[in-house]
Design a protein around this ligand. Sequence first.
Ligand code: AOF
Ligand code: ZN
Length: 348
Amino acid sequence: MSSSSAELSAMRRALELAATAGVPLGPNPRVGCVILADDGTHLAAGLHRGAGTPHAEVDALTRAGDAARGATAVVTLEPCDHTGRTGPCSQALLAAGVRRVVFAQPDTTPAATGGAATLRAAGVEVEGGVLKQEARSLNSAWTFAVDHGRPFVTWKFATTLDGRSAAADGTSRWVSGREARRDTHRLRALSDVVLVGTGTVAVDDPLLTVRDDADRPVPHQPLRVVMGERSLDAGRKVLGDDAETLHLRTRDPQAVLEELYARGRQHVFLEGGPTVAAAFLRAGLVDEVVAYVAPMLLGAGRAAVGDLAITTIADALRLAITDVALLGEGSDATVRLTLTPTATPKEH
Ligand code: AOF
Ligand code: ZN
């Protein structure tokens, strides 16, 4: 049987519930669930509120009680089949006597996959793929990481019109305006790793925390990661206790992403400097670029990105612009470009 319009609208409701404000973006996917009666009534609804808390199906089934017997469970992710921090949702659905399960996105993680097969084998009617794209984009970083076996990488940098990220004397603090800095903190908060190289720590001594307008750190901080073989000097701000910090003693972007993925991280916010950015670009490991372009010229100074081993224009690394925004005004104005690297060179 294919899904009815009642199931479609229940799925829309489940997607809304999954996206409830305040639910963490990771490490677990955000999931919503509606228990639906044959006449289209929503008997109960539930959602997952983050790792360690009940899964969405269990939350909804608890609220439904006996009413779930013979009903349909509509859920944004294939019910899990594993005992992780909590028990398997497949078994919870069976124990509750649910007759039919409709889900959006298949769960392909090796640990949790298999719920649909288990339910079918036990005689439950199962249909997957309903509003699958919506569910995938709801948890875009989680989905990307599961599909690719590594975190999504956003490379952020601030530059002058002539591609400089610091002046000849090394000063860089006010390249971009106040609004752009606020925007950077907003984007940092959407990631679960802020990554720089040992060079940036040595030269700029950044704090790399997410701070509010009053410059206070917010409660949930991304992991700060410094990559590179050089040791970090004692007293560097990144070693303070405002957030956790991890030093990975390697220059290999692939190794860094493998390690971070193994630690359950899904979205890396790469903040430079030029050497680390170049290493990621050369390895094809940048998925999104956010460039803050300030209306100023320096003529000399540190380049925003290091050598990419490109010597002729035909080999340029090309990007597609997905968004342009003007942040701030007057002397504070900065243009934010959002771009995606394109795989194939532009035709001439
Ligand atoms: C579901 N319903 O609401 C969620 C699921 O170790 P745990 O118990 O926290 O499980 C996390 C994994 O379970 C997660 O990576 C994903 O595969 C699945 N999440 N599954 O049936 C839910 N949040
Ligand atoms: Zn589950």
